[in-house]
Design a protein. Structure first.
Length: 445
């Protein structure tokens, strides 16, 4: 067996995430061997940083007693995330290893909607009453502070556990011992609702720049808190999912190195088939204008130029709008503003490309580098006009599809760059040949 933790004292000073990264690099047998050798407290922390596949691998290899120790010591939010990735039959057996108190917490957390913020909250925090003194609060913190997620914020509740305020710990440290908690309250706070989607909660963290936010029910009862480290995981997962969708790949639920080839194939093949079928429409469009191509074969030289320009402008627009929607810089009601803005932008980009395209044809003809025929100037105007048309159309399509998807409560990230580019390819060809039929009629056509 390969021992990577020879100096255990040095290991104890390492961050658990760094240890987890070293374990990931090992094969299964070496990983189990080195995990076994870790001190008990460190095992729990390192286990929380491993991905769900490796967590399950370890749980299946560990004995019941060791599994019980790890699960009971894990933070409730980390434990809930672990349970969510287990098959149903294993969840039941694993939850039964928990102590009664931890089992009640786990079952309560698992009862919330799958993507709700309550799924990643922790029920361990400092809460106090209005009529307590600062001295009472500090004594309470000394007594229970070891088991809470964060000591930065103290939460004030009434006798029914309704949240009244959240107060930074600094206020208590600076106040006189006999000061009442009510004297420190301004009764103004930001909170998350238990059923709020995790993505919206992440936006709220960003908006208010908080290290932790309380989670309350619809009636205002404080049931837990969410800390910034959990939100960072949510943001990372969301960005990863969006990035995969931008590339026309279904979101991967497991890390790339752990997903099987067959599952990876299924994630990628579906979109490729859809895009392939879409691209066959390009062949159909070219077939429809076959007569024009036969009469003016020179038109075929600029087909790649035309369709790539439309696809690129469309991809640009869709990427910008999808990200703006995700960050809530724009909302559904802003679609008309975006449309007007993108029409202007599409024309500006199209004219820029048109000038370059026209000058390219004129320069190549006059320098003798290529002979486009006696009607090369008309050909230049055709290419230029088509570039304006496809750039404008691509920009409009790329900007509006995310709005359409969001209006139907679908993920705007589905409007991936390859999807938009494929759609604009087909219509770009139609625009090109229609422009050619108008400008070149009576000459080349």
């Amino acid at each position: 067996m390969r021992n990577i933790f020879e100096d255990m004292e040095a290991v104890k000073n390492m961050h658990p995430n760094d240890i987890a990264e070293k374990l990931v690099e090992l094969d299964k047998k070496d990983r189990l061997f080195n995990f076994y050798r870790l001190p008990k407290d460190l095992k729990v922390e390192v286990f929380s940083y491993l991905n769900s596949t490796l967590q399950r691998e370890l749980i299946e290899a560990l004995g019941a007693e060791e599994t019980k120790e790890i699960l009971n010591e894990m933070a409730p939010d980390d434990r809930t995330e672990f349970f969510l990735d287990l098959p149903d039959e294993l969840i039941k057996d694993t939850i039964n290893l928990l102590g009664q108190k931890q089992r009640d917490v786990a079952l309560k957390l698992l009862g919330y909607p799958e993507d709700s913020i309550a799924r990643i909250m922790t029920p361990f925090y400092i809460r106090v009453k209005e009529d307590w003194t600062v001295e009472h609060v500090l004594d309470h913190i000394k007594r229970y502070g070891k088991i809470v997620e964060t000591l930065n914020i103290v939460y004030v509740v009434d006798d029914n556990s309704v949240l009244l305020d959240d107060i930074p710990i600094g206020k208590f440290l600076m106040a006189k011992p006999d000061t009442l908690v009510s004297e420190l309250c301004d009764y103004s706070f930001e909170a998350l609702i238990t059923t709020m989607p995790q993505e919206l909660a992440a936006q709220k963290f960003k908006k208010y720049d908080r290290s932790a936010l309380p989670v309350i029910t619809n009636t205002g009862v404080l049931v837990g808190i969410v800390t910034s480290d959990d939100i960072i995981d949510v943001i990372t997962d969301e960005m990863t999912e969006d990035a995969q969708k931008y590339g026309a790949v279904e979101a991967l639920e497991t890390p790339y190195v752990n997903i099987s080839l067959f599952n990876l194939y299924k994630k990628r093949a579906g979109w490729l088939i859809i895009l392939f079928i879409g691209e066959t429409m390009t062949a159909n469009a070219m077939g429809y204008f076959e007569h024009e191509l036969e009469r003016a074969i020179v038109l075929a030289l600029f087909i790649p130029l035309i369709i790539s320009s439309g696809g690129n402008t469309g991809s640009q627009a869709s990427t910008l709008i999808i990200r703006a929607l995700a960050l809530e810089e724009i909302k559904l009601k802003d679609w008309l503003f975006v449309l007007r803005r993108e029409i202007i932008m599409g024309l500006m980009l199209g004219v820029t490309l048109a000038v370059i395209g026209f000058l390219r044809i004129e320069t190549w003809q006059h320098m003798g580098w290529f002979d486009y025929g006696e009607h090369f100037t008309l050909l230049g105007f055709t290419v230029a006009a088509a570039l304006v048309g496809v750039a404008l159309w691509g920009t409009i399509v790329g900007a509006m599809i995310p709005f359409i998807l969001k209006s139907f409560k679908l993920d705007p990230a589905t409007a991936s760059a390859p999807f938009v580019a494929t759609l604009v390819d087909v219509t770009g060809l139609v625009i090109y040949f229609l422009v050619a039929m108008v400008i070149l009629s009576g000459t080349l056509l």
